[in-house]
Design a protein around this ligand. Sequence first.
Ligand SMILES: C[S@@+](CC[C@H](N)C(=O)[O-])C[C@H]1O[C@@H](n2cnc3c(N)ncnc32)[C@H](O)[C@@H]1O
Length: 249
Amino acid sequence: MSESIHQAVRENYGRLAEAGGACCGSDSACTSPQLYDEAQWASLPKEAAELSLGCGDPVTIAGLRPGEHVLDLGSGGGIDCFLAAEQVGPAGHVIGVDMTPAMLERARATRDRLGLTQVEFRQGQLEALPVADETIDVILSNCVISLVPDKGAAFREAFRVLKVGGRISVSDIVTGGEFSAELRADLNRWTECVSGAVPLTDYLAGLSRAGFVEITVVSQVDASDIVPVQEGMPPLFSVRIRARKQNKN
Ligand SMILES: C[S@@+](CC[C@H](N)C(=O)[O-])C[C@H]1O[C@@H](n2cnc3c(N)ncnc32)[C@H](O)[C@@H]1O
């Protein structure tokens, strides 16, 4: 199942990258400026804003500081990497990881046009990050872990690459209940950030099992205007969560 999910996700986001983007699925409307505040949105390069496929703003709640090293999990067209680059400045470093080649191509083209030498994009999967241990101050992720079949592996990898005391800031889709087995197996719904979503309690437990502490749900809003919902689905929410890798005693 994992490989067929990866393949379906890669195909969907490859198509969106080539077409210019229309959110998590063909009939949903995830691309919306109201995910970010007006000043942030106005500061974005047009080609990154056009390929905004997230479900919230994980950057603002991350409290980035100049010089910090940032990793964006599932960076897509690079929108959150470009926002982060502005905040960490030329002394900082931003890595975007994504498994879809066409997304990486788009993100790198924008980065090159902007001349952002502190931003790089690497091909890889969240379940096996191409990033060294304990090298990252802040992890961002926007509407991606809900797409990952092995969420436990993604949380463990995030924990591995963070420095002690480092923090994670995610925006994602979660549920208020379980999907039927039939919906869970629907790959189209999965690629739309829907049927791969898990209950909020499971998501928080996954972070905790990986070792994260100070896990905080910063916001939780109904997601029915962000992802496509249909009858028989559990309630869907867009949440923003922050957590930390505890300092060693
Ligand atoms: C909904 S889009 C979000 C993109 C970006 N974060 C944004 O806010 O615009 C999901 C992205 O995650 C990537 N992705 C999904 N599953 C992944 C995985 N297991 N490993 C790496 N990238 C993944 C997809 O290729 C796609 O670019």
